[in-house]
Ligand binder design. Structure first.
Ligand SMILES: [Zn+2]
Length: 275
């Protein structure tokens, strides 16, 4: 290898983040809505960007500690094991480059209004790249660092569910409520040995599939029968099985947000599982 290639690299920011989020401590795990101002000399790079719904944003965590090589992802769970920084996404790392998959909401001249940006106000923006269908790996292998707080688990499930199902409908909300209970009882949802059988609406089934990454085949983990009137969702891991029957066929969105688990479901832990 030619040693001349190993020297510091100079990068010029192409823009800057404007956000109500002033500090990293309060940044939600899924990022925030923000505006990205692209500097005039780079504005031509935005030509036809409106053809994309989602973008990768590379930013610079300008407040991060660059001396970190190994650390615990404390924000997710202070009891998690120590990871090398290249196996987690904590901001502190030798080159504190931020990577966010954002939804492009609006373009106003050289300003992009985006959702889910993990970068605080004033962060330099280094690059923007489009997100393509071929970027999707439906069920990757990844360690499960279980968020300690239920609210953080709910936020993550909501983000995953919305990215997959693309609308916040009753079926999606019902699936999230169920998934929060199943995750407590049976652990990681994207686990090769978690099997799911859904009799219910297409929206419910689609969202459960997005949350569990369970496929119909290869390996077979998912079974679906459309049935609006006789809803039944079965989750099985090893010898344990949970059966959910919603107490009504049609809850409103508000009810799905405020009712207790007991008000929403009859839950049965019997062992007769017919996949
Ligand atoms: Zn839906």
């Amino acid at each position: 290898m030619d040693i001349i290639n190993i020297h510091p690299i100079e990068i010029n920011p192409i823009g800057i983040v404007h956000s109500l989020q002033q500090d990293t401590a309060g940044m939600p795990i899924n990022g925030q809505q923000a505006s990205i101002e692209i500097f005039p000399e780079y504005a031509g790079g935005l030509k036809r960007i409106e053809e994309h719904s989602h973008l990768w944003i590379l930013s610079w965590f300008h407040q991060a500690n660059q001396k970190v090589i190994e650390t615990v992802p404390r924000k997710v769970n202070p009891n998690a094991p120590v990871y090398g920084v290249f196996g987690i996404r904590t901001p502190g790392r030798p080159n504190p480059i931020g990577l966010s998959l954002v939804k492009l909401d609006q373009i106003q001249g050289n300003q992009l209004i985006v959702q889910n940006l993990d970068a605080i106000d004033g962060s330099p923006v280094l690059d923007i790249k489009p997100y393509y269908e071929q970027d999707i790996i439906f069920s990757p292998r990844a360690p499960y660092i279980r968020p300690q707080q239920k609210e953080m688990r709910r936020q993550i499930f909501r983000t995953e569910a919305l990215l997959h199902h693309q609308e916040e409908c009753e079926g999606l909300l019902l699936a999230i409520r169920m998934a929060l209970i199943v995750e407590e009882e049976l652990g990681k949802l994207n686990s090769p040995d978690l099997l799911v059988s859904v009799a219910g609406s297409a929206c419910l089934a689609d969202t459960i599939q997005g949350l569990t990454r369970a496929r119909v085949a290869n390996p077979p983990r998912f079974h679906f029968v459309e049935s609006e009137d006789n809803m039944l969702v079965r989750w099985k891991k090893g010898a344990r099985e949970l059966k959910f029957v919603p107490k009504h066929t049609s809850f409103t969105k508000e009810e799905l947000n405020i009712l207790s688990d007991e008000e929403l479901f009859n839950i049965d832990c019997s062992s007769h599982f017919i996949f």
